[in-house]
Write a protein that binds this ligand. Sequence first.
Ligand code: PMP
Length: 423
Amino acid sequence: MNDDLLARHRAVLPSWISPLYGEPIEIVSGSGCRVTDAQGRTYLDFFGGVLTNMIGYDVAEISDAVRAQLDTGIAHTSTLYLIRKQVELAEKIAKLSGIENAKVFLANSGTEANDTALMLATQFRRSNQILAMRNSYHGRSFAALGVTGNRGWSATSLTPVAVSYLHSGDRIRGVFAGLSDRDYINRAVADLREVLATTTAGDVACLIAEPIQGVGGFVAPPDGYFKAVKEVLDEHGILWVSDEVQTGWGRTGSHFWGYQAHDVVPDMITFAKGVGNGFALGGVIGRPEVMDCLTATSFNTFGGNPVSASAGAAVIDYLLSHDLQANAAHVGAVLHHGLRDLNAPSIAEVRGKGLMLAVEFVKPGTLEPDPAETLRVVEACKTAGLLVGKGGLYGNVIRMGPPLTLTEAEAKEGLEILSCAIQ
Ligand code: PMP
């Protein structure tokens, strides 16, 4: 049955859409933090479809909100008309953003959000020069892919923007290895100044960066890094876009947005994934003068459509009323401690914040990445009923980004499975 679907998938979808696992699974239902496949096997979901399921599966409040919209008979009319749900959602998001008098553009994905942010920055600054981070991922449109600094995901080296890449934050190898937070930040600021002086013409539009690199394996610079970087950007009028597609909405536990750990406010925030809890929703939040800088009319058909907007508003209400950020902090700490206690020779580092946690695998006694061992553990977890993600530049990182509703008992259950899988 499953094999048949896999054969049909391979026959009709492009080869570069390749499902995870030697025997890919078809998920047909879900409840809470668990999903069930077509063969009736249930899994504890520690990855949430790449951090996309934020408040659990089968949440009545979300289904009710979407159903109520569908019951009006209007799934969508057009952005040509006033859409109440769109305005209400934008108001909610603007209020939560931390950006003064923020305006919000609603889109359908993280890719579209980042593409739009790049377009706004290039228009605002009248420059197509962009700073991005090595080991980053920002989506798969021409421009978003163009600023992605991960060769495993950069399907093409062609891009409509001129990109210069800054060093990013691996703490165990590379230029920042072994440095204190202060030395790390000093070195990064020196790198930024050098890049500005050498590889750009000086009139850069923006820096786009993830507070914690998602696809890159949950690699993060020290707290305060972006404050130091922003001071340099401000000297040149360069905008900072914080890509919060994975780090937003309380996932990091300590803060609502990833950027807030750095005590500085970005010019634009991009978001997607979790806020729709599965519905296609993304967008850009920004300073009004930047958001208003386009002179031509520009909207998209489905961005902020009533169905996605109803889902998004219900997701935000749910996560605020259930204080899921606090749960991410609490259960994330339990998971983090448990992962540290695993203490296997193949584990080089356990890192992350809140419910965004990663384990990096190497050949014991070395810093050589071990993608084969990583894949073995990912498969063994699946066989034992736990879904985790894979990531990192070398494919040697296990990523965990469960729904923020994960309970302590579920965290311990997953840890038990991981522990057995790693032995
Ligand atoms: N930015 C980041 C940080 C992401 O992790 C992703 C998706 N993995 C994207 C952008 C692109 O989002 P989407 O897949 O919704 O286009």
